[in-house]
Ligand binder design. Structure first.
Ligand code: SF4
Length: 446
């Protein structure tokens, strides 16, 4: 059945990869004739792309379902993705869900909606997750910023004790390289100039003898793609050659997000991470040495069950005294089904909260200090939307968030050279020096 005359809304919980996948699913609905409406508006179909990274993520998903039903009891509700994969039974007990689709089939959710008519019992679609390379036959142009997430990989073979992802998304598998190139070229044709590589453990990418580095190099050669951004990548999966390529390439952004998780060797062992503190620090020092002006961010978990006060201070120490610029701080919360559940210790909620606050503060200080280093220097920025103060914003190649003064003439998706003049809150303030652009059309951002 075609979706002509029908409407659909979408909600994404969780990570950047989920966002990229929702964009792909939205395109299937649009191509089928559905009118896409904002989440919260009345729609015939509502797709919730779920997350299960913590027990709280599951709770949020269930709440969301109830909220949709309260506002719009006739909406056909499909829950897809990670929580659908691990919690189908639990979800099927909630009145009002019509379709539950696990990880393997989530991108094809539309194929399972013959007619969006509410059902007494949900239909559950749960296929075995494959390990084979995959393709995605969707355009993926429905992206709400000037930076386009592109999915290159899924699943993970590492078994970090706090993480449910290998169960929710299965074992590591890579997207066929020609298929990635096809989508990247389509994105370039649609006016996108920056690609953000997404996946669960992207450094383990492998397709017919081609490595992650081979893929990155190929993407940087696509005409029209002026930036490729790696962002989150596991520390043990980054070859030194990638750093050398980053240093010499104008297209590969000097920016990595490398999860540390803890600065304590004891906690890293309990987490079953594949490196120790010294190895992590040595690697990011090497990256900072090889790639001028690289920005390195990280993830740190506070309140892991075996984290003592000293372990926590070890995490603070790495953040403060290494080339890390910022940390995304995650407060540990128990995840049913993970190995970390076996630890008898518990860090009291108040202590977790306090540790989180301290690390956030260090992260903010580090970031401000790092932005300050660039005052007086010129960087290249890809423009995005206008902030609350009415200033055009954007990111530099090395991920400085910039707000531009006197830039009314600029629209989004323009490459400009700007001089940084100061730091205000979360932004580096800057003046436009010159356009780095040949004239290009702006993308229409929905
Ligand atoms: S590397 Fe560890 S934390 Fe990351 S997805 Fe794999 S198991 Fe989870």
């Amino acid at each position: 059945m075609s979706g002509h005359g029908l409407s659909a809304s979408f909600y994404t919980l969780g990570c950047r990869l989920n966002q990229a996948e929702t964009a792909l699913v939205r395109d299937t609905f649009r191509n089928d004739g559905y009118e896409l409406v904002r989440f919260g508006e009345k729609s015939d179909v509502c797709i919730i792309n779920s997350c299960t990274v913590t027990d709280n993520a599951d709770v949020r998903c269930r709440k969301l379902v109830r909220q949709v039903l309260r506002n719009n009891p006739d909406t056909y509700i499909a829950v897809i993705g990670c929580y659908a994969q691990t919690g189908a039974e639990e979800l099927s007990k909630i009145d009002g869900i019509d379709l539950i689709v696990g990880t393997q089939d989530k991108l094809n959710v539309l194929n399972f909606i013959d007619e969006p008519v509410k059902r007494a019992e949900p239909r559950i679609v749960m296929s075995k997750m494959t390990r084979a390379p995959f393709t995605i036959d969707i355009a993926g142009a429905d992206i709400p910023t000037t930076r386009a997430n592109i999915k290159i990989q899924d699943g993970c073979n590492f078994m970090c004790s706090f993480c449910i992802i290998p169960f929710a998304r299965g074992r590591a598998r890579s997207r066929a390289l020609p298929d990635i190139m096809r989508e990247a070229m389509a994105l370039a044709d649609n006016g996108f100039r920056e690609l953000i590589l997404t996946g669960v453990n992207i450094g383990t990418y492998e397709f017919e003898g081609k490595t992650f580095l081979d893929l990155v190099q190929s993407l940087t050669e696509i005409p029209g793609i002026e930036r490729v951004r790696i962002t989150s990548i596991e520390p043990t999966t980054i070859p030194v050659e990638l750093l050398d390529f980053m240093a010499e390439s104008d297209v590969l952004c000097s920016h990595l997000h490398i999860p540390l998780q803890s600065g304590s060797d004891k906690v890293l062992r309990d987490m079953k991470r594949l490196y120790n503190r010294r190895e992590f620090i040595e690697f990011i020092e090497l990256a900072a040495e090889r790639v001028p002006d690289i920005l390195i961010g990280t993830d740190i978990i506070v309140g892991f069950p075996t984290e003592s006060e000293q372990d926590f201070l070890d995490s603070c120490d790495v953040l403060e005294n290494s080339p890390l610029t910022y940390a995304h701080v995650f407060t540990y919360s128990e995840r049913t089904g993970t190995a970390a559940q076996k630890f008898a210790e518990r860090v009291p909620p108040q202590v977790k909260k306090e540790r989180s606050r301290i690390l956030h503060r260090i992260s903010e200080q580090q970031k401000t200090a790092w932005y300050q280093r660039f005052v007086g220097r010129t960087v290249r920025v890809l423009t995005e939307d206008v902030n609350r103060e009415g200033l055009r914003t954007g990111f530099s190649d090395n991920y400085i968030r910039v707000a531009l003064r006197d830039a009314e003439q600029l629209s989004s998706n323009e490459l400009v050279h700007v001089r940084i003049t100061g730091v205000q809150g979360e932004y580096a303030l800057a003046d436009v020096v010159s356009s780095a652009d040949h004239q290009r059309e702006s993308i229409t951002i929905s």
